[in-house]
Design a protein around this ligand. Structure first.
Ligand SMILES: [Zn+2]
Length: 358
């Protein structure tokens, strides 16, 4: 048996559904799923109900989180055209700002140029801006980074033309970073047809040539692997209007370690993508005495019944993978062992970015 040790993983793109969607996931269930997947820090997305777009909602959500999280959690503020005047007031409660330029789950979306300009002018410069941008919107995000001379992080890049544009922007020295998700690295349109609503998310699954392009850039242009864990119940997924999004916290590390086993990237590179890079890009504090012990030899099958996420399903069910998490130590405490999450709800900590520690 080969046992490897990794640093605590950082997932910069998780939907924990608090407030307003607790029947799909809450802080206690979502952070349990994170720990079962070897993830010790997560950044929670703001497209909740109501969205995390005012200081009041952010403060109340931080309070709920503090009482119920099992690992380290930071919150995104969400840019909402209705509340742009409160952007600066949101900043003390959030690690970064999320701007949605394209279609997603929920109502958060910035569609007008003056609103986008206001986000870039008013969000504090020492804090990051992350964007959901697809297609031509990637070019808009790159130009905003160039004009305002401030970093922009692109969420879940999925297509060949997008990753190539980001590679070109980086070559010119622009302050651009990006993440890709395991579902965009392992699934295509053909899987979407097979999975139906369980294979529907934003951005959608695309062609094999797009998947190939993401892998071709895994050693240079891609900065982070992020899960875009976006749980919905099976009843919602099988309803007349199924919402987009799939779970991902518990399957990301085994999928990526399977890719290492198959020679698609090195273990050293994987550690950069899942821990060092996201921590540096978002300015997150270090986690001393934190490690993830993983068994990498034996193949096993992903099963829905073993999941901690409240939604209880994954599009990867039935897939054979390698890389079983054996034990997770978070700042000196054993928080996952022998298939069981042992961290109590409320034992995790809220984190901020480095701008709050100077
Ligand atoms: Zn998302």
């Amino acid at each position: 048996m080969t046992r490897i040790v990794l640093p605590g993983l950082v997932d910069v793109h998780t939907h924990l559904r608090v407030p307003g969607g607790e029947h799909k996931e809450d802080f206690a269930s979502g952070t349990a799923a994170a720990l079962a997947g070897g993830i010790t820090t997560i950044l929670a997305m703001p497209n909740t109900t109501p969205p995390l777009s005012t200081p009041e909602v952010l403060a109340a959500t931080r309070e709920t989180a503090a009482a119920t999280i099992r690992c380290q959690v930071g919150l995104f503020a969400g840019a909402s055209p209705a509340h742009l005047g409160r952007l600066a007031a949101c900043a003390p409660y959030a690690v970064a700002l999320k701007i949605y330029l394209n279609d997603t789950f929920g109502s958060l979306r910035v569609e007008e140029l003056p609103d986008l300009q206001r986000c870039f002018a008013e969000w504090p410069r020492e804090k990051l801006i992350a964007m959901h941008a697809e297609g031509q919107s990637v070019a808009v995000g790159i130009s905003m980074a160039a004009i305002y001379e401030r970093p922009v992080h692109f969420c879940h890049i999925s297509r060949r033309d997008e990753i190539e544009l980001i590679a070109a922007a980086k070559e010119r020295g622009l302050p651009i970073t990006c993440e890709v998700t395991p579902h965009h690295l392992f699934l295509t349109k053909a899987d979407a047809a097979r999975l139906g609503p369980l294979g529907d998310m934003r951005p959608r699954l695309v062609e094999q040539s797009d998947v190939d392009a993401l892998w071709a850039h895994i050693d240079d242009t891609v900065d982070c692997i992020a899960t875009d864990h976006a749980p919905h119940t099976l009843a919602e997924k099988h309803s007349a209007s199924p919402p987009p999004g799939v779970a991902g916290l518990e399957t990301s590390l085994p999928l990526m370690l399977t890719a290492v086993h198959n020679g698609r990237l090195t273990l050293e590179r994987l550690a950069e993508l899942i821990a060092a890079n996201p921590r540096r890009i978002f300015g997150l504090p270090p986690q001393p005495d934190t490690r993830v012990e993983v068994e990498t030899d034996a193949a096993y099958t992903i099963e829905n019944q073993n999941l901690y996420t409240r939604c209880g399903w994954t599009p990867f069910a039935g897939m054979e993978v390698r890389g079983k998490v054996l034990k997770v130590i978070l700042e000196g405490r054993t928080v996952f062992e022998e298939g069981r999450v042992t961290a109590e709800a409320g034992s995790g900590r809220l984190v901020m970015d480095r701008s709050n520690f100077s």
